[in-house]
Design a protein. Structure first.
Lengths: 325, 377
């Protein structure tokens, strides 16, 4: 299988490439509008470099797409229409409409779209989902997710900050992970209220109130300017838990709940996995799906509930006011 | 001061991604002043505050690049210089020279933001712009003073410049005087000398923004340097108490100066302090300067690795005791009050927030930025 990399920016350099090296999968094509960046990798791995994926679209079988958000949908569409398997970084797409269209298209052409929501592979995320499903926490009554750090992402272009290219701020970027984890653990949710601090640009902070299908309400807070850490608090009628969404630590009440074992994972033994390992795991599961039609990977339809929430948030935005100005 | 007088003007800001720069840009844009903001950025990694707005012009480049600065200044009506590179004094000096030369060439006014640290250690009863500089023992003040001297040299050559010297700038996003204060009170024990009786000269960040706007709007005056502080002074005890009240902590303890000095030189006590607060090991001035000089030269992934190791260590470290170092001890025991009469008279600067008022505003930020941890018990 010939693999193409479309977009050789910071995500590729810091995570995807080390992960591919780890599983000994060397791409055949490195593609980037910044041809110097593409050549740098191509020379290193004796592969080909191109500025435009369309020039070589007949020469590869699958592509890893990590380009500015606004290009996710058009590039995925083009690749699927040319019968390529696709791995696309999160956020899968920037609108629900595009998401639904791509799910349909992937089914029609019978090709995979794997989405880079790698936190679904985290042991803590899987364990929490299973605990909730086991009903040992009882009925979920309350939930609060919080994630934020002072942004220092080594962006090499303005695409992270330009609204046209990024299609949103912290909600579209960090939120694509946080909200996907929420939906994975607790199920789909409706947006009750959404506020952010964007003033025509991309938001640095946002607040969301959500309602689960059973009517339980909870909140999500995301930030690029505050060190909020990354944790979720989930309260059920019989117990509660706190989990680190990025690390792996889990605490439960009652305390001994954390000793339970699900999918060979014991709650109190979970440690933070290196990102590169999680990236490697998601690539392996995608390659397996391509080769064996396995269903065990993060599919485009899996992440639609979180895309729907993000889409609804932006559509119903209220202004977040700072009372200290 | 009428902020709307800036309508139709183009204001070029260096250091706009920083604490005061972000607040200045935010104030101008949220007040719907019909002015153009142009900012100089050296990379795309720290734009969270600015990227909220869609009307900012970005110039990408290095501040010590003559050509970049020339174009940046040429297109503006005013230049506000807030950038400071702790890793390279050479960059700081080159950038102020480039900015000054371009401002003279295109007849633009330059507002340079300096610091009260240029007068440190604060030993006289009343600090004024004429207070003698004794060749500060602290690197930051010394460097800032050298930058000021460059500005003054260019003023002799015809530069229209104002140097603002803010005091203890607190409020939303203030790294040293709000965020760090909260962090220390929430995570450890903060030691105050002599019952916190030393004098603190605080200024709410939006009063500093006000001072910058006053400086922009004031016609050329005879003075160049202006101290900027709030309307009142408080003791350091009162300053920390205000934060404790908001956070609901009781983390401040008092020690006399002699005991604090002893602990600085006692190896066993020093080791305990360093184990709780490893950053303390690097507070020795030459070491601090060296680390600052290499900070931005360390590749991002190694910086992340260092941060992660530090984060993991903090989980097992003993509860930190934040003992003032030499510089902080002098600051916490000063009895100096800052005289802002020159800026009031010549710039029309009229600070709006007493410490009590400023902290009422800051309380909203603190509760938002430092939410209580989740608790399952």
């Amino acid at each position: 299988m010939k693999l193409a990399i479309i977009g050789c920016g910071a995500v590729f350099d810091q995570f995807q490439l080390p992960a591919l090296k780890k599983i000994k999968k060397i791409p055949s094509f490195f593609i980037d509008l910044n041809i110097d960046a593409a050549k740098r990798y191509a020379n290193k791995f004796k592969s080909d470099a191109h500025p435009n994926y369309e020039d070589v679209i007949n020469d590869f079988d699958a592509a890893i797409v990590s380009v500015p958000h606004y290009l996710h949908a058009p590039i995925c569409k083009k690749l699927l229409k040319n019968h390529k398997h696709v791995f696309v970084e999160k956020p899968f797409v920037t609108t629900l409409k595009d998401g639904i269209e791509l799910v349909k298209l992937a089914n029609e052409v019978d090709k995979t779209i794997c989405v880079g929501n790698f936190r679904r592979y985290k042991k803590s995320t899987i364990w929490v989902k299973e605990l909730i499903a086991s009903k040992l926490l009882g009925d979920i009554q309350e939930f609060h997710f919080r994630e934020g750090g002072i942004s220092g992402w080594p962006a090499t272009t303005d695409s992270f900050w330009d609204k046209r290219k990024a299609c949103g701020g912290v909600l579209m970027d960090t939120g694509a992970h946080t909200i996907d984890q929420l939906c994975f653990m607790l199920g789909a949710a409706d947006v009750i209220e959404y506020k952010d601090d964007a003033q025509g640009g991309v938001e640095a902070n946002c607040f969301i109130e959500l309602e689960l299908e059973n009517g339980t309400r909870g909140t999500v807070e995301l930030s690029r300017t505050r060190n909020l850490g990354s944790s979720a608090y989930i309260k059920g009628s019989r117990g509660s838990l706190i989990t680190d969404l990025v690390g792996g630590e889990i605490q439960t009440n009652p305390k001994d709940l954390v000793l339970n074992k699900y999918n060979n994972i014991i709650g109190n033994k979970v440690k933070a996995e290196p990102y590169v390992d999680l990236f490697a795991q998601q690539f392996l599961s995608w390659f397996k799906a391509i080769e064996t039609s396995s269903n065990d990977y993060v599919k485009e339809s899996d992440v639609l509930p979180s895309i729907k929430i993000i889409d609804n948030c932006y559509a119903n935005k209220k202004e977040m006011n700072y009372n200290w100005i | 001061m009428d902020i709307s007088d800036l309508s139709g003007k183009k204001i070029a800001v260096t250091g706009a991604t920083g604490f005061i720069g972000s607040r200045l840009v935010e104030t101008l844009l949220l007040n719907k002043v019909d002015c153009k903001i142009s900012v100089l950025i050296r990379n795309y990694s720290s734009l969270a505050h600015l990227a909220r707005f869609d009307s900012i012009d970005y110039t990408f480049g290095n501040i010590d690049d003559n050509e970049v600065i020339d174009k940046f200044v040429k297109d503006a009506d005013y230049v506000v210089h807030l950038a400071y590179d702790p890793s390279s004094q050479k960059t700081n000096i080159n950038s102020i020279r480039n900015l000054s030369e371009s401002c003279i060439k295109y007849e633009k006014k330059l507002i340079h933001t300096s610091t009260i640290s240029v007068y440190e250690p604060l030993t006289v009863k009343m600090i004024t712009e004429e207070t003698e500089y004794d060749g500060s023992i602290f690197e930051y003040g010394k460097r800032k003073r050298l930058i000021e001297e460059e500005v003054l040299r260019y003023v002799e050559k015809g530069l229209d410049a104002v140097i603002l010297q803010p005091t203890i700038v607190y409020g939303p996003y203030s790294g040293p005087w709000t965020d760090r204060t909260c962090y220390q009170l929430l995570t450890g024990t903060v030691v105050l000398p002599d019952g916190g009786s030393g004098i603190c000269n605080p200024v709410y960040v939006y009063d500093v923004v006000r001072a910058i706007i006053c400086a922009l709007l004031t016609p050329k005056s005879n003075s160049v340097r202006f101290l900027i502080s709030g309307p009142d002074s408080v003791t350091w005890g009162k300053y920390y108490n205000a934060f404790e009240k908001i956070l609901g902590t009781s983390s401040v303890i008092n020690k006399n100066v002699k005991d604090i000095k002893n602990s600085q030189f006692n190896p066993v006590k020093s080791l305990r302090l360093i184990l709780g607060d490893p950053k303390r090991a690097f507070s020795w001035e030459p070491m601090k300067s060296f680390l600052q000089s290499i900070k931005y030269k360390i590749p991002g992934k190694y910086r992340t690795l260092i941060k992660n190791i530090y984060g993991s260590y903090q989980k097992i470290a003993p509860k930190p005791i934040y003992m003032p170092n030499k510089q902080m001890l002098l600051l916490l025991t000063t009895n100096s009050v800052v005289d802002i009469s020159r800026s009031q008279k010549e710039l029309g600067y009229n600070p709006q927030y007493t410490f009590e008022d400023g902290m009422k505003k800051t309380a909203g930020y603190i509760k938002w930025a430092f939410p209580k941890s989740f608790d399952i018990q």
